[in-house]
Design a binder for this molecule. Structure first.
Ligand SMILES: Cc1cc2nc3c(=O)[nH]c(=O)nc-3n(C[C@H](O)[C@H](O)[C@H](O)COP(=O)(O)O)c2cc1C
Length: 150
């Protein structure tokens, strides 16, 4: 189903980013099944975003109506397949969607920097750009810390 044009305009939007650790080992099939279910459900509630999975760690961006995202987050937090859930950032603002075409996209860890940089390039909304830059700085500081400890 195509997202209606007017939905892509600026509107009151809630976004949440969290990371967590798998509680049971996921293989490729398990991840693909999880993403397929997420895409079906998120399309119904008009939630968009992406999921990164690497070395047993999940990193997910969810954006949509506050009520819908928080309801989904309750289900995600109660999901026994992962634990150690840490919300990194959540905010409600009037702005455009950043990932309006993705009801849930599995993004490779190696591509996450490019996904954030592309979204900065595509966005004309200073609030979006600020949130994305924060995430990029967070990634870069982690990469720097990993370099200096190795
Ligand atoms: C890391 C992780 C991310 C998830 N992301 C989503 C999601 O974006 N959308 C979704 O509907 N379910 C997601 N789930 C699954 C939910 O926890 C829950 O199992 C699902 O929403 C239940 O859907 P159902 O009522 O259709 O069975 C995720 C689970 C995990 C472990």
């Amino acid at each position: 189903m195509e997202i209606p044009e007017e939905e892509e305009d600026e509107t009151l939007l809630f976004y949440l980013v969290y990371c967590s650790r798998e509680a049971i080992p996921f293989d490729e099939l398990g991840i693909n099944q999880l993403v397929a279910l997420a895409q079906r459900n998120n399309e119904r509630s008009n939630i968009t975003g992406w999921l990164v999975y690497s070395c047993g760690i999940f990193f997910q961006w969810l954006e949509g109506n506050r009520h819908d995202v928080q309801r989904l987050m309750l289900a995600i937090v109660a999901d026994p397949r992962h634990d150690n859930i840490v919300v990194l950032s959540e905010e409600e603002e009037v702005r455009e969607r950043l990932f309006s075409k993705w009801h849930m996209e599995l993004v490779l860890p190696a591509d996450i920097r490019a996904v954030l940089a592309d979204a900065i390039g595509d966005s004309e909304d200073p609030k979006c750009v600020r949130s994305l830059r924060l995430l990029l700085e967070h990634l870069d500081s982690k990469a720097l810390a990993a370099d200096t400890t190795s």
